[in-house]
Design a protein around this ligand. Structure first.
Ligand code: SF4
Length: 340
């Protein structure tokens, strides 16, 4: 519930609305979820809340620590026994967390482990917040950045994601700046327009990966609905409305999208757009038969983009020793337990 909804709920049960604010602080500022421990409430009220309501919380099923770079990968158990993933990555400026927005995903990108069983369900705002709070509590830190790039397509769970972000941003809760949030999308164009009009200055990150429609449609089915030209047009609208630069994710795959033709087309379509390109050398999964390119080829690709006025960097691979690519850990865990 938003703060307003919570205050109304307290009125409905014959309590003063400020009790709603107290509970909201307890949940979202202090990140607690057990109503029986709210000392400022009477025993009667605590019992009533405990009997008639619940605070969504998930459990850390397992945490895997990378020995290479301090990345922590989490498997979270939801209350209906579904399992999702989250990752915390340590950078110079602090921790960044990547969280899931859906159990599974229906977008069907061939290179992604999260979509292999399709979508199971959307993750609620409370569960998304609980992913964040659990990571912060578990590591004893405050996150610097939050990235909606775990399993699921955030714009396919639009209303829940918006509600979660507004609660996260609320000064009575975490007071987390929208500017430190990144929303990733595979290119659901009508939702990009909607997001641009929300007046929340989050970073939009588009998983582009291929500059030609024919190729992109083969690997990312969403491209059959929304072509690259429409995505770029929506991104221009996003930049105009928010004044924020758009990030493009481009997974470099040997022999598929790392050649001169793709490079030239990428330069052409991004020309003049306020953007940044993240080049990600492919993190292979066994269901997708392609390989990552040699590091020299990656560097040349990046250099060429920069030379042409398109800022590009190589995304450092984090947690390579712990199946940190999207959906991999959950699948290997569920396979091991005979759940798939
Ligand atoms: S890459 Fe993202 S949008 Fe595509 S299937 Fe995986 S989770 Fe879904």
């Amino acid at each position: 519930m938003s703060l307003e909804e919570l205050k109304k709920e307290f009125l409905k049960i014959g309590e003063k609305p400020y009790r709603g604010l107290q509970l909201y602080n307890y949940m979202h500022k202090n990140m607690n979820s057990d109503v029986l421990n709210i000392n400022s409430f009477s025993k009667e009220l605590r019992d009533k809340l405990n009997r008639d309501y619940y605070i969504s919380d998930l459990k850390i099923l397992e945490r895997f620590d990378s020995k290479l770079d301090g990345t922590k990968k989490y498997l979270f158990l939801l209350e209906d026994n579904n399992i999702i993933e989250g990752v915390a990555m340590k950078y110079k400026y602090g921790y960044s967390a990547c969280i899931s927005t859906q159990v599974g995903c229906r977008m069907g990108c061939s290179f992604c482990a999260s979509t292999k069983e399709g979508i199971i369900r959307n993750i609620t705002p409370g569960e998304m917040l609980s992913e964040i709070y659990n990571i912060q509590r578990n590591l004893g830190i405050r996150l610097s950045n939050i990235v909606l790039m775990g399993s699921g397509e955030p714009l396919d769970n639009y209303l829940n994601v918006m509600k979660m972000l507004r609660i996260l941003n609320d000064k009575n809760g975490q007071n987390f700046s929208f500017r430190n949030v990144t929303i990733s999308t595979c290119g659901i164009v009508h939702k990009i327009y909607q997001l641009a009009d929300e007046e929340i200055p989050v970073t939009l990150s588009v998983s582009l990966h291929f500059p030609f429609n024919e190729l992109r449609s083969k690997i990312m089915p969403i491209n059959n609905k929304y072509h690259i030209e429409e995505i770029i047009k929506a991104c221009k609208y996003y930049v105009n409305r928010t004044n924020r630069r758009v990030t493009f994710e481009y997974t470099l795959i040997e022999g598929l999208n790392d050649g001169r033709e793709c490079l030239d087309e990428l330069k052409r379509i991004l020309n003049g757009l306020l953007c940044h390109v993240n080049i990600i050398p492919l993190n292979p999964i066994k269901e997708f038969k392609y390989k990552k390119p040699e590091m020299d080829a990656v560097k040349i690709f990046v250099k060429e983009l920069n030379k042409n006025g398109i800022p590009a960097t190589v995304r450092r691979q984090m947690g390579a020793d712990i199946d940190a690519a999207c959906g991999q850990l959950r699948r290997s865990y569920m396979n091991e337990k005979g759940l798939l």
